[in-house]
Design a protein around this ligand. Structure first.
Ligand code: TNX
Length: 479
């Protein structure tokens, strides 16, 4: 058993002698990659040196790498022999995937047993290219250090997207240069206490940090509901022209914009323009969820306008699944979250109109759900989500009738109504994020719950060594 999550496409040749990897001479095609690769190896106690006599760990660009016949741009091959390590991939991202696989094979210092890497050949490529986590930094404020820690966590499982939920009823968490007054709504959160926001510089630095790890940050400005932070600052956005009160509760669905209000479109143009302008990635998420007090005709106008503005800025719009109630252009991404059978026909119609789906089913991928009724943290509107629930599901059959090829990928989500510290946050993410990552990466015929349980247990020493809190679910025999 190799302690790999997500499980690779092809694993071969485990009979040869293992490699003792204490000191490595790392060779990489560029300095940025060399530095992240070195960080990965150092974290598991491998000393990285420039001495030619040390064990070679060579990262090399090579189009012939990966599973036989694969043209997946993220594919890679990792070869460990008693003489050293060779990673090949057509793109740098694949080389880093190979290093992350290698890292999981190196025992962490203090682990009982030999400090050896098994001889192995891995040919690997992901099932979906969209593999992500959505992270709510509004309900409780999590700042740049925590966000960087979450980038490290998602990247460890070879995920590519960190979606940041930046605005909601309780607070506004992003500096918005054309609307600087919004900063006034940044110091509130669920239950009170001091909160904060990301400056333009913070956001740029986070994106740079993520990009060197091949993670794209996707910002979400949620509208036309979940908007109380904005209406608290701009009374002109409300029906009666009066600003709303700060909100520290956890109800949803009460706040809204008004399409015919002349203040509305300029506000959307300013905010979406600012957010798009700050974003390196191709996507801007414009929310659209849970607007419980609006007729569908008006809601559809918001979907059309927000999507148009996002596209005018050269980005692709993403909406929560409710976006299917509006006009959908080809290429728009819809994020499925709430199991609602009566909406399935609408989703299927949107797919036929060219929408693509990110699957975040609440009953499997919402990592803010309690593990069990006794679990102290979390909510349970989508049920209790134990590790196996996060593992045993198939993205293409979640929505009846959805064409399988309109699934763009998979995203876990963690909402923070009940989560206040990094340890609380991580104990909801781990071990379940590994399960969702495997759903996103590994072909269904290669998934195996019993093997996954064992591989999860085998990662615990590395999580402990890295200071990553995790929930010791009884579904795993922890070491
Ligand atoms: C639903 S998921 C929401 C969020 C809550 C979450 C709690 C979604 C699009 N909306 O506003 O935080 O449930 O699980």
């Amino acid at each position: 058993m190799l302690p790999l999550i997500p499980w690779p496409t092809v694993v071969e040749g485990q009979d040869a002698a293992p490699l003792a990897l204490d000191v490595a001479h790392l060779v990489a095609p560029d300095a940025a990659l060399a530095s992240v690769a070195a960080e990965q190896l150092t974290a598991v106690g491998v000393r990285v040196v420039t001495d030619d006599d040390a064990t070679p760990v060579v990262l090399r660009l090579d189009a012939a790498a990966g599973p036989h016949g694969s043209d997946n741009p993220e594919r890679y091959t990792l070869r460990v022999t008693m003489a050293g390590v060779e990673a090949t991939a057509p793109e740098p991202v694949g080389l880093l995937h190979a290093v992350r696989t290698l890292r999981q094979l190196v025992p962490v210092p203090g682990d009982p047993g030999p400090r050896e890497v098994p001889a192995v050949v891995v040919h690997d490529a992901p099932r979906y290219r969209w593999r992500g986590l959505s992270f709510d930094v509004v309900r409780h404020w999590f700042g740049p250090d925590d966000i960087r820690a979450v980038v490290d966590l998602v990247a460890a499982f070879k995920l590519r997207v960190l979606h940041l939920h930046l605005t909601d009823d309780q607070g506004w968490r992003i500096e918005t240069p054309s609307r600087p007054e919004l900063e006034k709504a940044s110091d509130s959160q669920v239950g009170g206490g001091t909160a904060g926001f990301l400056t333009v510089d913070d956001f740029r630095e986070l994106q740079e940090y993520a990009a060197t790890r091949f993670v794209t940050i996707v910002p979400e400005f949620d509208m036309p509901g979940h908007i109380n932070a904005a209406t608290q600052v701009y009374g002109a956005l409300t029906k009666d022209g009066l600003p709303t009160e700060a909100y520290e509760g956890i109800e949803v669905g009460f706040s809204r914009l008004w399409f015919d209000n002349p203040a509305t479109e300029p506000f959307l143009r300013d905010v979406i323009g600012d957010v798009a302008g700050m974003t390196r990635g191709d996507w801007v998420h414009v929310g659209g969820d849970e607007v419980h007090t609006m007729e569908v005709e008006e809601f559809a106008k918001f979907v059309e306008l927000a999507a148009r503005i996002v596209r005018e800025h050269g980005k692709t719009p993403i909406f929560w699944q409710e976006g299917a109630r509006g006009p959908v252009e080809p290429g728009t991404l819809l994020q499925y979250w709430e199991p609602k059978g009566e909406e399935f026909d609408r989703f299927v119609a949107a797919a036929h109109a060219g929408a693509r789906f990110i699957m975040s089913p609440g009953d499997h991928a919402y990592l803010d759900m309690k593990y069990t009724p006794e679990h102290e943290l979390g909510l349970h509107w989508a049920g209790y989500v134990e590790l196996r629930d996060s593992y045993d599901w198939e993205p293409t059959t979640v929505i009846d009738g959805l064409p399988a090829d309109s699934v763009e990928g998979v995203e876990a989500a963690v909402w923070t109504e009940t989560l206040t510290t990094r340890d609380e946050l991580f104990s909801m993410l781990l071990p379940r994020l590994g399960a969702v990552a495997e759903v996103a990466w590994t072909a269904p015929e290669r998934k195996d719950w019993d093997a996954f349980r064992a591989r999860t247990a085998a990662q615990a020493p590395a999580w402990r060594a890295g200071g990553w809190a995790f929930h010791e679910t009884p579904q795993v025999d922890w070491p």
